[in-house]
Write a protein that binds this ligand. Structure first.
Ligand SMILES: Nc1ncnc2c1ncn2[C@@H]1O[C@H](COP(=O)(O)OP(=O)(O)O)[C@@H](O)[C@H]1O
Ligand SMILES: [Mg+2]
Length: 232
C-alpha cells in the first residue's frame, strides 16, 4: 500500500521488542537482570508501580519500559504498561493498538479504566495507551483522578509501569514520580550528557521520588556481553 511520509515517520516504524521476539538473547537476559535487581531492591517495601524517564528525548525510555513490562509478564505477573507520555506517545505503535481510547480519556472521565485497557499478544501483559493527545498533560497528571487511576491499576495488576516524557523538558515525570512506588532513569550511552543525567537524578530526588536506579541503554557490546547495566 502507498504510504505517506507522515505514516512512516520514526515513531510509527514498526517497533520490535527483543524480549518478545527473542527471550533467550543476552539483551533479554539483561532486562531480566533489571527486573531481578528491582525485586531485590524492594524486598521490604512494596514495589508495584514504576515510572521510566530520562533527561532528554530518544534515550530509550519507551523501549525500556516496554521490554521491562514484557519481562514482568513473562514471569507470570499481571502487568499493565501505561503510556503516560501524553506528548509523544509510542506504546500503541509498539503493540499495534489503535489508540482511540486511552489514559487521556480516563483522566477526563470519558472512559473507565477497565474499558480503556487493551490486551496484547503477550500473556499477562495489558496496555493503557495514551488516547487523544490532551492540551494540558501536566495538569491532568497532577490531578486527583490520576492518583485514583494509579490505585485502581495497582489493585487490578501485580505491576504497573509508566512510560513518561523526558524529565528535564517537562514536569510530567516529576509529578508522577511523587505517586508511584519507584522511578528509573534511562541513560543512553552514546547521546545522554553526563551533566544532564546527573541533573535528572538530582531533580528526581528533589521531587521526593524513590529513585530505584539508572538503566544504561545502547552500550557497545563488550567482552562480558553486558549490553545493559543496572546500578543504583
Ligand atoms: N539500544 C538501542 N538500540 C537500537 N535502537 C534503539 C536503542 N534504544 C532505543 N533505540 C531506538 O531509538 C529510538 C528512540 O527510542 P525510544 O524508546 O522511543 O526513546 P524515548 O522513549 O526515550 O524517546 C527508537 O526508534 C528506538 O527503537
Ligand atoms: Mg518514548
Amino acid at each position: 500500500m502507498f504510504r505517506s511520509k507522515k505514516q512512516t515517520s520514526a515513531n510509527q516504524k514498526q517497533r520490535h521488542l527483543i524480549t518478545q521476539l527473542n527471550p533467550k538473547s543476552p539483551i533479554s537476559e539483561q532486562y531480566r537482570t533489571i527486573r531481578t535487581n528491582l525485586q531485590f531492591s524492594s524486598v521490604d517495601e512494596n514495589l508495584q508501580s514504576i515510572l521510566v524517564t530520562s533527561a532528554g528525548p530518544a534515550a530509550g525510555k519507551s523501549i525500556t519500559a516496554a521490554n521491562l513490562a514484557v519481562t514482568y509478564a513473562q514471569q507470570g505477573l499481571k502487568t499493565l504498561l501505561v503510556d503516560a507520555d501524553l506528548r509523544k506517545p509510542t506504546v500503541h505503535y509498539t503493540f499495534r493498538l489503535n489508540n482511540l481510547t486511552g489514559l487521556s480519556n480516563v483522566l477526563v472521565g470519558s472512559s473507565s479504566l477497565e474499558d480503556a485497557i487493551e490486551m496484547t499478544d503477550v500473556d499477562d501483559l495489558y496496555v493503557l495507551s495514551c488516547g487523544p493527545i490532551p492540551p494540558n498533560p501536566a495538569e491532568l497528571l497532577s490531578s486527583k483522578k490520576m492518583r485514583d487511576i494509579l490505585r485502581e491499576a495497582e489493585r487490578m495488576n501485580d505491576m504497573v509501569i509508566f512510560d513518561m516524557p523526558p524529565a528535564l523538558a517537562v514536569a510530567d515525570a516529576k509529578i508522577v514520580a511523587n505517586i508511584v512506588d519507584g522511578s528509573l532513569v534511562v541513560v543512553r550511552s552514546k547521546t545522554t550528557e553526563i551533566d544532564e543525567a546527573k541533573r535528572t537524578v538530582e531533580m528526581m530526588q528533589d521531587a521526593k521520588a524513590r529513585l530505584l536506579g539508572t538503566v544504561l541503554n545502547d552500550k557497545e557490546k563488550s567482552d562480558s556481553n553486558y549490553y545493559y547495566y543496572y546500578g543504583s
